[in-house]
Design a protein around this ligand. Structure first.
Ligand SMILES: [Zn+2]
Length: 316
């Protein structure tokens, strides 16, 4: 039996975020504007219910105020036992470059919006674009957050992102995404306490860093978007490799279960996101198979909050 803990989380980035990453001038259509919370999230909720697992939903505070229907879906999922964590108030990709006051404002407004909607203040955080700094971690510690789940030490992902951003710059398209510090590539791949001055190094802060899972050695990313576009043999290999680690921190995005046709997603965005060209039924089958594979080796499913408590009790 495996001793791996598996935590499934979902970043609930609205489709407008993807339009900003790809520098698509027009935002999503009015039909697609709320598609992540209203259409993709219920599909994820059904997937989790089928497997009997509680997930962690990284929620953007502003969306709770902007979309009453989406908010209700999140509230129901919280009642069903899923953890609601913070993904900032407005999902600024350049969060860490905004300065201390604006970063604090992003954290506090998201915190208040989630506490107000769900009746339970968040204790976990993930930064847009995965980038953290000593200042951001310090602000989370001041607010008593128990964990951060932003570190993403994936080497091929980082190089691919750098290449795409270079091409966009050369062709005059301005992505709102930023390329974070390469120091993340040497960050620990398993849960750790960050150092106060260097969040990608081990230290003794009260908060726990739960890195998004990469494979040992090659540091290939094992996230939803990768799993839904990979052929079955590769997906199985990636998941089996992730299941050899002590914490399989499986990051999904709401868009992983979007249906490009039925959800009214713009052809320009579909052209730039390979996962949107995979039929929903195939993406669902890939995530179903991933959760089954984890269950079959005897892994234990926990929310990220529970995982943080577990690793804290182990004295990391
Ligand atoms: Zn995000």
């Amino acid at each position: 039996m495996s001793s791996t803990l598996v935590s499934v989380s979902v970043d609930l980035d609205a489709l407008a975020c993807y339009h900003r990453i790809h520098a698509l001038g027009d935002g999503p259509s009015s039909e697609a504007r709320f598609a992540i919370l209203r259409r993709a999230l219920p599909r994820l909720g059904e997937l989790f219910a089928r497997h009997g697992i509680a997930a962690t939903l990284f929620t953007v505070g502003h969306d709770l105020e902007d979309d009453a229907e989406g908010r209700q879906i999140i509230v129901e999922l919280a009642k069903a036992g899923h953890e609601i964590a913070s993904h900032t108030y407005s999902h600024p990709y350049n969060l860490v470059r905004l300065g201390r006051d604006k970063i604090a404002d992003e954290l506090d407004r998201a915190h208040a919006a989630i506490a107000e909607a769900c009746g339970c203040p968040p204790i976990g955080f993930r930064a847009p674009g995965y980038e953290i700094t000593a200042e951001l971690i310090e602000l989370l510690c001041e607010r008593g957050y128990r964990y951060d789940a932003s570190a993403f030490p994936a080497i091929p992902y980082y190089l691919a992102k750098a290449a795409v951003m270079t091409v966009m710059r050369m062709t005059g398209r301005k992505s709102s995404s930023i390329l974070g510090s390469p120091k993340v590539l040497a960050a620990p791949c398993s849960p750790y306490r960050p150092a106060a001055s260097a969040p990608y190094r081990r230290g003794n802060l009260p908060i726990i860093e739960l890195p998004v899972t990469v494979t040992p050695l090659l540091r290939l990313h094992v996230i939803g978007t990768m799993l839904v576009i990979s052929p079955e043999w590769l997906r199985r290999q990636l998941v089996s490799s992730a299941l050899t680690t002590k914490h399989f921190n499986l990051e999904l995005h709401g868009i992983d279960l979007a249906d490009a046709t039925a959800d009214g997603i713009s052809p320009a965005l579909v052209a730039r996101q390979p996962d949107l060209r995979v039929p929903l039924v195939r993406k669902l089958a890939a995530l179903d198979a991933t959760l089954t594979q984890a269950r079959d080796v005897g892994a234990t499913f926990t929310t990220l909050a529970q995982a943080a408590e577990h690793f804290a009790s182990e004295g990391i």
